[in-house]
Design a protein around this ligand. Structure first.
Ligand SMILES: [Zn+2]
Length: 82
């Protein structure tokens, strides 16, 4: 899906505390699906919170399996012809 790649990770810096003159921040991600705030180790590539990420992973796996099945079926049909 081309639209998938257009989604950019949303995140902001949250100020935690100040140590001396330095502010300590953490990166907070915002889920593209449910809008929940969450902390992710790979914030630059993270688009979804854990729950939504799992859900999307499941959907993608299902889609992949579905396509694979369709391909296998096509192959069977072809082999039947030959
Ligand atoms: Zn979410």
């Amino acid at each position: 899906m081309a639209e998938d790649r257009a989604i950019k990770p949303k995140y902001f810096k949250r100020h935690l505390r100040t140590e001396g003159l330095k502010g300590i921040y953490e990166i907070v991600n915002i889920c593209n699906v449910c809008g929940a705030e969450y902390i992710s180790a790979s914030y630059q590539s993270s688009l979804y919170c854990k729950e939504c990420g799992e859900e999307i992973k499941r959907e993608k796996a299902k889609e992949r399996k579905r396509r694979q099945r369709a391909r296998d079926k096509e192959k069977e049909n072809w082999e039947g012809f030959i």
